[in-house]
Design a binder for this molecule. Sequence first.
Ligand code: GDP
Ligand code: MG
Length: 449
Amino acid sequence: VSKGFRDVRNRFEGKREITEENVEDALKDIRMSMLEADVNFRITKNFIERVKEKALGEVVRVKAGDSEVTPGDHFIKICHDELEGLMGPVDTNITFQNPRIGPTKIMMVGLQGSGKTTTTAKLAKLCIDQHKKKPLLVGADVYRPAAIEQLRVLGQQLGVPVHAVEGGDPVQVCNDALKIAKEQECDVVIFDTAGRLAIDDVLMTELEKIVETTKPENIFLVVDAMIGQDAVNTAHEFNQRLEIDGFIMTKLDGDARGGAALSIKEVTGKPIKFIGVGEKVEALEPFRPEGFANRILGFGDVMGLMQKFEKTLSEEEAANAEKDAMRMLSGEFDFNDFYNQLQQMSKLGSMQELAEMMPFLGGSIPKDVSLDDHELVRIRAIIQSMTPKERTNPDLLTRQPSRVKRIAKGSAQDLKKVEQVLQQFNMMRAMMQQFSNFGGGFLNKIPGF
Ligand code: GDP
Ligand code: MG
């Protein structure tokens, strides 16, 4: 199984731009991910071509120093946006009838086991909770006693009435339900119709008769995400015979990623209305293209990811930090490094905590002088009073005490204070030189590296 965006991100790791070469590899990952998610081969192919075109068009933008977003992020976003576009326009509405004219009729159709009965109950709950409606459930699957019993149990659970006649005529059961709805003051009627294991003409004719007689405002096709590409043919036939208004994909709480929904949308031209994400009556969600796009691409939560990346170091900063670390590892350590280290540490948390985390620094601080933010300001002032030459050649200060006096004056600090900072610096440098003697592994433990 493809790991989706992790693979894609890895492809771009350390890359500073989107090029034809690294795009090819990433597109291969995306292609695999989509086919695994049951997206149709041809749709996948067209998608890949469009993404490639767009991604290569982005080269200039990324090069131009769009620092907080990496090429990998860009690529993922292009894929995501393109797929979101493929799934639109979004329409998760139920068409409600004017109550003065009569109840709203929702007809559920689909193969046996697709989730019609379960989804009937889920929609009833949604109508109650979100639209303040009073539904009536209708058992039009008259052939299987278990089906009617299942609907009764669900009706009881929701506290809604159920009309069903075992062995009755489905068309008449549905028609009678409209009268019953009026009597019981129900304003939504949901027909749970029969399914077959495969499409057959007898079933279709029966469903057509129900449509002719009751004229439902909403005909929803229920498809099981687990049947993958087969769902596309089913959807095509149901739509041709019944002119569905939209479809509901169920069992998306399992392993199926639901890519067939793209083909169904393309073949029928009808929107995905809801998705079923569990067996319970509340496990129904309106279709959201961004969530679905992530699911198909295996990207996880792309938006959360983007926000996270924005907060981390930019590529450039990261490259500089690495350069500094390498230089320090080679035993070089000057006041600029010292200053940067202190800056970075101050970003990370309280100076006291950090001093404790870094024994060599903590140890160099006399007990009565805590390394607080004031301390940082003082150290900053001292370093800023040094000439650039002094900062890069710290030994100048040890050799020429007059320089130290000048710095104390310039930074408005006691001479003692400046000497103390120099001492801290020397200890830190000594530590760095020790690290450089036994390799870099230890540096990873220090915040800021
Ligand atoms: P019907 O034959 O089309 O009426 O299908 P049912 O509503 O009886 O559902 C068939 C099976 O699928 C039942 O075991 C349901 O609990 C299960 N099911 C339906 N929708 C979902 C869903 O979204 N997620 C999961 N995990 N199971 C579902
Ligand atoms: Mg059923």
